[in-house]
Design a protein around this ligand. Sequence first.
Ligand SMILES: Cc1ncc(COP(=O)(O)O)c(C=O)c1O
Length: 412
Amino acid sequence: MRTPRFSDVAEPSSECAVTKFLIHTPTSRREVPYFRPSIGEEEINAACETMRSGWLTAGPRAKEFEDDFGAFVKAPYTIAVASCTAALQLALEAMGVGPGVDVLVPTMTFASAVAVVVHLGARPVFVDCDPATLNMDVADLERRITPKSKVVVPMHFAGQPCALHEIRAIAEHHGLRVIEDAAHALAATYHTEPIGSISEVSCFSFYANKGMTTGEGGMIAATDEDLARRMRFMAYNGINRDCLTAAGVKRWWKYEVVAPGYKANMTDIQAAIGIQQLKKARRFRDERQHCADLYRALFDMVPSVRAPVVLQGLTHAWHMHVIQLELDQLRIGRDEFSLRLEEMGAGHNVHYLPLHMHSYYRDTFGCRAEDFPVAMSAYDRILSLPIYPGLADADIEYVVECIAAVADQYRR
Ligand SMILES: Cc1ncc(COP(=O)(O)O)c(C=O)c1O
């Protein structure tokens, strides 16, 4: 259990062409959106063909997408679902999470990943983050385990795999099961193993701004057959089709409701888009890597800004590019910094406002801001910058120029 050291930090994976960089004066004004999806004619044609095919909802294309995705992440079982949120809920349900159970979750994550714990009647137990990577802090995880803890849901923040070996060791020691929230981590690897192939269940998101998209959508990748069977029928009304008629034969209309399931299946229209997007997923990741390399080279020349820490031995998916401002060197805080960037047309966002700070969790579970000091301190300093396929180098240079100009203007 250790925090990353400087020697762990990986070098950029490719050379960046940084020829000219103006720190004090941004070049002429640009509008750089925080995100733009990459949808080609292939996806449009595939969606149209599906609509003409006469089969719209889960069918042959969903099956094909599941098979392709399983091959991509090297997972034996895959289930295409309506969202990553649905995937997480199905995984928790299949592991028997319900009233009286505690689930360990990061506070530095998206709301829906924890709401599903509450929907199942269980209690979320928040875990603080590592100051360098913003992933779940493994020492804090171990401290927060309660006698009722049954499952831990690590999330790969921004697309950088979290410390899965350590988390697995803690989980085994304390009898916890692991569900990976891999919403950010498509095409990421953990010491050569693809995310999706490691834990019993990993949940991916195909929301519009993810590593690939189906508009909305998600995928469960599982290594455990029994869990996969349960999640598959719970994703479709709790219907089990592996049953026989009274005459002892299989008929397409014969099914048995074995549990009050959810309606969480993916449609064939989404799957048709997904099949095409998946073919581009590695290129998309590589383009995001290029953006990250360029940011890194440019931020080397900008004081008061900490570029993301990247650990060695991992493939980062670069779903997000989160910098941290050195507030002790600045006369303004992140919020005012954000306003200045907005005025300059430099798109950005903040991920995340830690969940334990939200009124619902504060009032319902008695969470206190000071119980998660690392997340609180990080929240004050973080800014997510544009990173996506097709983002021009000139746009990245402009965003960094704007950040450098604001930092310069408000330096202590
Ligand atoms: C970390 C994390 N988990 C889960 C989700 C939920 O994904 P979806 O929108 O596919 O339900 C998101 C969505 O942004 C996310 O960022």
